[in-house]
Design a protein around this ligand. Structure first.
Ligand SMILES: Cc1cc2nc3c(=O)[nH]c(=O)nc-3n(C[C@H](O)[C@H](O)[C@H](O)COP(=O)(O)OP(=O)(O)OC[C@H]3O[C@@H](n4cnc5c(N)ncnc54)[C@H](O)[C@@H]3O)c2cc1C
Ligand SMILES: *[C@@H]1O[C@H](CO)[C@@H](O)[C@H](O)[C@H]1NC(C)=O
Ligand SMILES: *[C@@H]1O[C@H](CO)[C@@H](O)[C@H](O)[C@H]1NC(C)=O
Ligand SMILES: *[C@@H]1O[C@H](CO)[C@@H](O)[C@H](O)[C@H]1NC(C)=O
Ligand SMILES: *[C@@H]1O[C@H](CO)[C@@H](O)[C@H](O)[C@H]1NC(C)=O
Ligand SMILES: *[C@@H]1O[C@H](CO)[C@@H](O)[C@H](O)[C@H]1NC(C)=O
Length: 501
């Protein structure tokens, strides 16, 4: 499941939201049946960036009267955008960084009047690539108070990178750039951009589909990258961003590499505020602590039953969460291709690393970001400094594929004052070729935003998928504007592997 498994609730920020009280209270008494002139209801399951974006774009694209309900099983909105509280200070526990070309997120920030936070002191943090015995590559440490010195350090680091990886670095950059350019098509005007009924169509239209049929390794070898760059830097990045190797698809790989470039940003105070703001801005009734257990099609309407014993009737139902580890009962049954989630264990430690673990003499010699190569014996994917209080006191974030046991942590750290563990059902376990679930689950008005997630999982990709789902609903349900449909449509019965839910 997506929920943090062994996370202590008291340490996670309980950022309860004050959202449209009149609507919320009306939500407590589900209406028995709709009279002919009562506006229809769209029910959204999940309050992450996906669900909140569907609500936002529905309001944006439709001027029809309709109500929106959003169901969230947890007591906070945001889903995988969540904060963790480490000795009184909060840090992003899940999705942390945005790309400068994540234009929906950029617009949300403006619309909701949120503040942008740039990562501290440019790109001059030090990176080390750890192979279990030694640092095979290390950059210089910046963070100097004098900006000029910082610039020199960052320049020197570029030189160091170039010496080790050569022109392959430029080839990698151009691979990422051309993928980002394809992705930018999803921001084109709705006059020239079709509404997509399937993920396959959506990816083909932007020229991104082929990248999901081959591994990142295959794509990068064809692009002329050296094996050393693949084994080291590229692997370090895919392990940090997706907890996986270069055998992920080329598209997930490109998104992952884009998330390691310059100009990255975040929302001051937490990315979850995008979801909170969009929900409130779209005047949706938010049902916190309400988990949907079953979705039944009654003809013209869906009946959603929750763990609270409530039953809601909706003309349109939107699933905005990965279905892979859930057991929502669908009547009639739906079938989607099997997909596994990659679990990433995020461990937050306040304390001090032990230089001896890395064969070093002083903590100051340990890079601020320790990345790792692909080796089954390595117990973690990355360790990064989130905050340095002084030489003997810092807060770190560790990503690993398995739980970090105390004995292991005791060897990596010399001091450990506080430890918080979160087990995320983080993102799909990528493979090539990818097979996609349908956006329209039942041929009627049951939609699935996270069908797009095995193209690539990120806040922005969820928003892009959500925008398309909102347009699909407007064109198929409200059918106001005659929208162009790109008729590549294959019916979902043609899909090979299926899992019944
Ligand atoms: C450790 C980690 C690091 C990441 N780093 C980045 C990053 O730096 N940048 C980036 O862009 N992306 C990152 N991602 C990916 C990003 O978090 C996701 O792609 C994105 O947040 C998904 O949003 P979503 O709305 O589709 O799903 P979610 O955020 O998972 O939202 C789904 C919501 O549905 C709720 N729910 C589930 N079932 C039910 C039910 N039956 N009834 C009611 N509610 C239900 C869940 O509680 C959840 O709140 C990271 C993810 C992880 C785990
Ligand atoms: C973090 O948790 C501590 C102790 O549980 C609490 O006192 C503090 O207010 C929390 N900090 C924030 C910013 O929520
Ligand atoms: C962002 O907002 C601006 C101004 O409202 C708009 O022109 C632009 O199309 C929006 N971008 C996206 C990606 O929606
Ligand atoms: C994708 O692959 C197919 C089959 O190999 C090829 O015909 C097509 O031209 C490719 N499309 C793009 C955009 O590269
Ligand atoms: C949902 O709840 C309603 C009302 O309590 C009930 O009649 C119906 O059988 C329930 N549906 C499912 C699938 O449990
Ligand atoms: C698109 O598909 C629909 C249904 O399959 C069909 O009725 C319609 O004529 C098609 N439109 C075009 C432009 O091919």
């Amino acid at each position: 499941m997506l929920s943090p498994v062994d996370l202590s609730l008291s340490t996670i920020l309980l950022l309860l939201l004050l959202i449209s009280p009149p609507l919320s209270s009306r939500a407590q008494s589900p209406l028995p049946s709709r009279s002919p002139d009562e506006p229809p209801t769209v029910c959204i399951i999940g309050s992450g960036i996906g669900g909140s974006s569907v609500a936002h774009f529905l309001r944006h694209y439709s001027s029809n009267p309709f109500s929106i309900r959003i169901f969230e099983r947890h007591g906070v909105v945001g889903g995988r955008m969540a904060m963790v509280n480490v000795s009184g200070e909060t840090f992003e526990a899940g999705a942390s960084i945005l790309h400068p070309k994540n234009f929906h997120a950029v617009n949300y920030t403006k619309l909701l009047d949120l503040k942008i936070k740039k990562p501290s002191s440019s790109e001059s943090f030090s990176l080390g690539i750890w192979d279990g015995k030694t640092f095979v590559f290390k950059t210089l440490k910046g963070g100097c108070k004098v900006p000029f010195v910082d610039k020199i350090v960052s320049l020197a680091n570029s030189v160091l990178m170039f010496v080790r990886y050569g022109f392959s670095l430029l080839r990698m950059e151009s691979f990422v750039e051309s993928t980002v350019d394809g992705f930018l098509k999803y921001y084109e005007s709705t006059e020239s951009r079709p509404v997509f009924e399937t993920v396959d169509e959506m990816l083909k239209w932007a020229g991104l589909y082929n990248l999901t049929t081959r591994t990142l390794q295959e794509e990068l070898i064809d692009a002329g990258l050296s094996p050393l760059l693949l084994q080291e830097l590229v692997t370090v990045i895919t392990r940090i961003n997706y907890g996986q190797s270069v055998f992920i698809s080329g598209l997930a790989g490109a998104v992952s590499l884009a998330g390691s470039g310059g100009g990255l940003w975040a929302i001051e105070g937490g990315n979850w505020q995008m979801a909170a703001g969009l929900i409130s801005h779209s005047d949706a009734a938010l049902h916190l602590h309400e988990e949907i257990e079953s979705i039944s099609y009654l003809g013209e309407r869906y009946e959603l039953n929750s763990t609270e014993g409530n039953s809601y009737k909706c003309e349109v139902a939107v699933v905005a969460t990965p279905l892979d580890e859930l057991n929502i009962q669908f009547n009639p049954q739906i079938s989607i291709p099997e997909r596994k989630l990659q679990h990433t264990h995020a461990t937050f430690v306040r304390g001090l690393l032990n230089p001896a673990y890395f064969g070093l003499n002083a903590v100051s010699e340990i890079p601020e970001l320790v990345g790792t190569i692909e080796d089954p014996d390595l117990p973690f994917s990355s360790i990064s400094v989130l905050k340095q209080r002084d030489e003997k006191d810092a807060t770190y974030k560790i990503f690993s594929r398995k739980r970090m046991e105390d004995t292991l942590l005791d060897s990596i750290f010399s001091v450990r004052q506080e430890t918080i563990r979160i087990n995320w059902g983080a993102y799909p376990h990528y493979k090539a070729p990818e097979v996609f679930a349908p956006f329209i689950l039942d041929g009627q008005h049951l939609y699935y935003v996270n069908a797009f997630e095995n193209a690539a999982s990120a806040m922005e990709t969820s928003a892009v998928a959500a925008e398309n789902i909102a347009r699909l609903i407007v064109s198929r349900f409200f059918s106001q504007e005659p929208l162009i449909s790109s008729n590549l449509t294959s019916d979902s019965d043609g899909e090979p592997v299926h899992v019944d839910l």
